[in-house]
Each structure stands twice: as structure tokens, then as C-alpha cells.
Design a protein around this ligand. Sequence first.
Ligand SMILES: Cc1cc2nc3c(=O)[nH]c(=O)nc-3n(C[C@H](O)[C@H](O)[C@H](O)COP(=O)(O)OP(=O)(O)OC[C@H]3O[C@@H](n4cnc5c(N)ncnc54)[C@H](O)[C@@H]3O)c2cc1C
Length: 387
Amino acid sequence: MDFYFTEEQRLIQDTYRKFREKELTPQYVRWIDENCDYLPEDMLQKLAELGTMGITIPREYGGLGLGMTEFCIITEELSTANPAVAMCALIGLSFGATPIMGIGNQEQKRKHLPRIAEGKEKWALCMTEPGGGTDILGAITTSAAKDADSYVVNGTKMWITGAHKADYLMTLVITDKTVDRKKGLSALIIDAKSEGITIRPIRKLGIHGCGVNEVHFEDVRVPAENLLGEENRGWYQLLGTLNPERISTSLFSLGIARAAFNYALQYSKERRAFGKTIGSFQILQHYLADIAIEIENARNLIYKCAWLCDTGQKYDVEVAMAKIVACRASELAALHGMEILGGYGFAMEYDMQRYFRDYKQMKFSPISDEMARNYIAEVGFGLPRSF
Ligand SMILES: Cc1cc2nc3c(=O)[nH]c(=O)nc-3n(C[C@H](O)[C@H](O)[C@H](O)COP(=O)(O)OP(=O)(O)OC[C@H]3O[C@@H](n4cnc5c(N)ncnc54)[C@H](O)[C@@H]3O)c2cc1C
């Protein structure tokens, strides 16, 4: 057993740490949070030049051809600056390239992978509907009717991250209404500029730098060749490609936790009360120790998932655990962090309030902690489904 990164991995970590310190400064991140609903184009381009958008895309398609461990190293560094940075930089890889690499045909790979790797194509994933995100099978109504060599899509998707900037929407639709829902769904690659698509931004509490939207499809024509994978196998095939997304989500939480911890630790060394720094009071030391324990737990579990993934093993149950543990780390870091900062935790000009707002998003997206626990019990221990 070896907990060390390889020389190459250390180099990657060092490169992104330096990038974070130089480019993604606290002032810049604050500015994004207050002014942007997506990472500005010049920053996306800088990240693309490092190869960020194509970390796990094979070299033959213009990517770096690296594994999940390297993906984690990079995402951890970016998320520690701000999860919105990591989300905007990696959304094409997660929601476009990964499904295409998993179930796409040669033409789709040739068309999209090089452009995603170059940072020239943005993507969003359209699964959740207004009727529900946890029970997608029960809530989905968006349908695609076959008409000659096209599908005609009608319906509404909710909470779609990055749709307002996306070039393509990876969209789950009903293609056969007559069968059991799981067996009648398909994944379509929809050009976001198609006629009949309306996108409405939704204001939200945290992670302002990566906006979400309602996406409405009205008689949107999609060429039949934009079907991803097999018709009516979309539920199994698309979901099968989304486990890495849960690793990403865990890393977003880990980044928030690390940033909040560092901020609180620094503050505790500077702020004084009763003639001492507040970091000399035992209860605050325990707060910090508790956060550090959760961060260490989360990190170990996330990198174990990466190792399982890189060695071709299953990690679906472990990654559901990682999602919960990392969320807990970010929650504890934000809550204790607020306490350590006292009144200043509540001030908008201090960053702690942002960690407090940002961690909340990770609790229920892309899967809620409750559903992650359900999954662990059902798939991990073979217990009967409770719902
Ligand atoms: C900021 C943000 C970004 C998002 N980005 C995307 C995106 O890019 N693409 C996309 O498709 N979706 C996206 N989502 C949707 C997200 O995946 C859903 O919000 C999430 O799945 C929960 O669905 P819901 O909000 O409809 O809650 P509901 O399904 O209504 O659930 C409400 C509550 O009930 C609980 N619950 C439901 N069923 C059970 C059960 N059986 N057992 C125990 N508890 C249960 C849930 O855990 C939750 O606490 C995003 C959401 C947000 C808020």
C-alpha cells in the first residue's frame, strides 16, 4: 500500500497549486461570486491551455489521457479556490466527454472530444425535471417523438447547471411511453442553439460563479444521429457513465472544506481576545481538529475511489460514501468556521459566508445525502429498497 503520488502527479499538483495561487486569488474569486454566473472566457482559456478540459480524454482525441487520480488532484486544487471554477472548467468533460467516451460512436467522439479538450465546446446535463430530481423516473415527462430522421423534443428540465452558456445539452428523454419507464428512455445530444429552446436562469444562494437554469423544449428538432448510445437504453447507459460525476461533487465539497479550514485557522492565529490569540482557546482548537479529521477522511475516501476507478474496479458504493463524507467535511468547516470568525463570519466582506452558502448546494446535488445513504444500504448491503 502506497499513499504517495507519483513524480508526475506531484508535478501536476504543483502546477495547479501555483496556478491557483497566482490566478485564482481570493480577490478574483470574490469578484466572480459577486459579478458572474459563469467563469469568464479568458480564465477558461487559461485553464484550457493547461489541458484541464481534457484531463481524461485520450491523447488521440486531443486530451491529456490521464486517469481519475490526476483528475482528482486537479479538481481538488481548483475547488479549493472555488467550486464554481472547477465546475465551469470540467462540465464539458463530465457531462459531454465522459458519456461520449463511454457510449458514443466514432463519429460523435471525433466530432466532440477534441473540441471539448480544447475548451471550445461547453456542455450541460439535462436530467432533472420540475416534478422532481430524486425520483427522475417518476417525474420525467420530456419526450422525443421520432419523425423521419429526427426526434421532436418537448418538455422542461430544471436546475440545469451551465445551460445558459452551453453549446450542447446532454438530455434524457422518453422515447417509448408504452413500456416500463426505465426501458423507454434515451440520451440525446441537443444543440443548445436549436429553435424552440428557451433558457431561464434561476438565482441561487451559493456557487454564484456557475449558474443554473430552467430549460424548456418546444418542438425542438434533433437529428436522429444525435442519439447517444442505444435508443431506449438511455437510463442504464447514461447513468452508467455518471459515477465520475460523484467523485467531482465530492471534490467540490472537499475544496470548500479546505478553503474554509485554512481561512478559519489563519483567523484564529490573528484574532485576539483576553490577551491571547483565539486559536489558543481549547474549544476553537477542537473545532479546527474536528474539521481537519473530516477533511482527512474525505480525502482518503475520494482518492480511494480514484484508485478503484483507475484500476478498473467498481466504486459506486464507495463514491456514494465519499459524497456524504465530503459534504459533512464542508458543512462542519463552514459551521465551525462561522463560529471561529464570530461576527465577522456574518459579514459579506469576509469569505466565510461564501463557504457557508456554497457548501449547501453540495448537500443535494447531484444526489441528496438521503439518496446516497439509500443507495449504500440497497446496493452495498443488499437491503430492500425503502421507498
Ligand atoms: C444548484 C443545483 C444544480 C443542479 N444541477 C443539475 C444539473 O446540471 N443537471 C440536472 O439534471 N440536475 C441538476 N440539479 C438537480 C439535482 O440533481 C436535484 O435537485 C436533486 O436530485 C434533488 O432533486 P429535487 O431538488 O427535485 O428534490 P426532491 O426530489 O423533491 O427531494 C426533496 C427531498 O426529499 C428527499 N427524498 C426524496 N426521495 C427520498 C427517499 N426515497 N428517501 C429519502 N429521502 C428522499 C430528498 O433527499 C430531498 O431531501 C441541480 C440542482 C441544484 C439545486
